[in-house]
Design a protein around this ligand. Structure first.
Ligand code: FES
Ligand code: FES
Length: 158
């Protein structure tokens, strides 16, 4: 059934008339052209489609768009503020924490959610926090290093 869905997308009020059971992933990618959110498995297993919903990491492939009504959605495109990359985005570049980059948006948003809950996670806590986001290129060690570096920068360095 088509419905009007109103939500905030990357800080902008957004209103769409859509088939309300469609997955948010496809609304973002196909209707809105935000292709930073990746399509991996479409079954909730890989984390490539991770976005933030009211600051919590969620799988957009499993989320009917009607469930974002009245909420705030942030995609990887929304982390850039005033033309500046987020510390996590910078750290992933500086630590070379990617190969093909397919998992990267989901990893960064999952890490964003983790750092909101725990601003100085240990190595093990980062591993645990990202364990449901898969990297087929085997960049996990550099990904964890990047999240640790970003956490330090966000905490003011140490
Ligand atoms: S595409 Fe959503 S978890 Fe894999
Ligand atoms: S960098 Fe290729 S899937 Fe992670």
């Amino acid at each position: 059934m088509e419905e009007v869905v109103r939500f905030t997308l990357n800080g902008q009020p957004t209103s769409l008339t859509v088939e309300s059971d469609r997955a948010l992933l496809w609304v973002l990618r196909t209707d809105l052209g935000l292709t930073g959110t990746k399509y991996g498995c479409s079954e909730g297993h890989c984390g490539a489609c991770t976005v933030l919903l009211d600051e919590a990491a969620v799988r957009s492939c499993l989320l009917p768009v009607k469930q974002v009504q009245g909420k705030a959605v942030v995609t990887i495109e929304g982390l850039v503020q005033d033309g500046q990359l987020h510390p996590l985005q910078k750290a992933f570049m500086e630590k070379d924490a990617l190969q093909c980059g397919f998992c990267t948006p989901g990893m960064i948003l999952a890490a964003h959610s983790l750092l909101r809950r725990n601003s100085r996670p240990s190595y093990g806590e980062i591993l645990e926090g990202l364990e449901h986001n898969l990297c087929r290129c085997g960049a996990h060690k550099r990904i964890v290093d990047a999240v640790q570096a970003a956490a330090e920068e966000m905490a003011g360095g140490s």
